[in-house]
Unconditional design. Sequence first.
Length: 510
Amino acid sequence: MRSSPVKWIIRLAIMRKLARLIAQLTPLSEALSRSVHYFRPGVLLVTFSDWWARRTRFTRHLLSNLLVGMTIAVVLAYLHHVHNSWLTEFEDAGMDWVMKLHVGTIVSETATPIAWIEIDEDSYGRWGEPLYTPRRKLVKLIEFAAGSNPLVIVVDIDISRESGDREGDRLLMEYLHSYSARTGPPLILARTFRSPVSETSATCREVRASFIENSRAITGTENIFWASTLFAQDRDRHIRRWRLWEPACTEDDKPVVVPSIQLLVAAIVRAADVKPSDTVHALEGQLRAISPVRCAGLSSPENRDFCKSAEAEIATINVGGLTLDSSPSHIQQRLIYSIPWTRPSSGRILRGDTMDELFIRHAAYPVTDGDREIDRSWLSGRVVIIGSSYADARDGHATPIGEQPGALILANAINSLLQYGQIQPPATWQKLLIEAFLILVMSLAFAWFSSFWGMLVSGLVIIVVMLPISFLAFKYGVWLDFAVPLIAVQLHQMAAEFEESRKQRIKTVS
């Protein structure tokens, strides 16, 4: 049972009497008596008021600005820790804005180039608008890419089900069987899942085995792998965050973790001197440490969208020298969009000072049905994605830089992971230290410019200076968010100046 306020008042009074008695019995009784006297709330308030009144105007403003700014900074740091949804949305809006400034700019010369063989509206129409991607056409696209010396080939097309064209399905199975038996560039196929459909479903998504796997056309391969194409979708239906791996269950209720396409590509590209199968097996070994607790059983309503994983046995996952947090925060899950969807800029993102293009796209129809040989050199040394953009594919998604088809989101995710890794916000103590310094600078600026407009301009200049710094840091995968405490300090300073002016006018009138 909680104590009543009356009991607490009695206890405090007894403690104060006891402290005074102890003070009288000690050699320093007079000093301790004064100390007990000063600990009375009223005396403390009067003492602080006297001390505050003796401070200069600048000191008062400086200390109050520090108090306001640092209080807000500490509160924000706490909200970061507890994953506050309001703060996350505010932070997302800021990062979206910076990303729009960043998109389409020159990237590092070391960025891995990407190519997209695009099944566009024209190709889809010329193929007769088929319900499934024609398997014969898909085989030609993979053959075309494989003969061009690419780094990796990604097939962002669902081949889990039979297409209805038995001859085409058989041709695809035979081609993949022969592909797995020879040395060729790594080929990554899209893994699909069955989602939980009711409260009586298992908590985790279930891996949907492809008819190609069921036929055992590819088994024990050294160069064909399966990976997830899933991304996280926010409440506003925008894709801002990746899912680097997908905890799931097999059809026989065994836990498994399926790597994402961008994670698998990064692992293979960053370990170019290692056999791809060894790289993939090493990655899968690390992912097993964060596999689901169990697959059998029912899910509870509060965990409808969450596949419960075991407590991670490893804190980080190493991918070809790239260190990833095994329990990433919402900021670390953000992907940086660099490649826009609109023509022609999507094909003119340059790498460093060279004229090399980061991203190239080419229609699929000339590859599969063209009447002349197509130059393949543009695919050499690139990550090649085979995917759709036509409307009937229903693969368009909202992103911070506009709607994009799934294949282009994959291209952005691959580039983001290879070039920047996980976004790393500064440590809390670093942020607080930098914010304290910026508040001091702002206070000095306010003291220098005594007028309202001078104060406004100086505050805006300081805040604007942070934009290029944030922009530069963002391009290197670091996120700085100092705007809120600085804006709060500026508003507080303006309010204090207004209050002083009001009191001065009242004094003058009286």
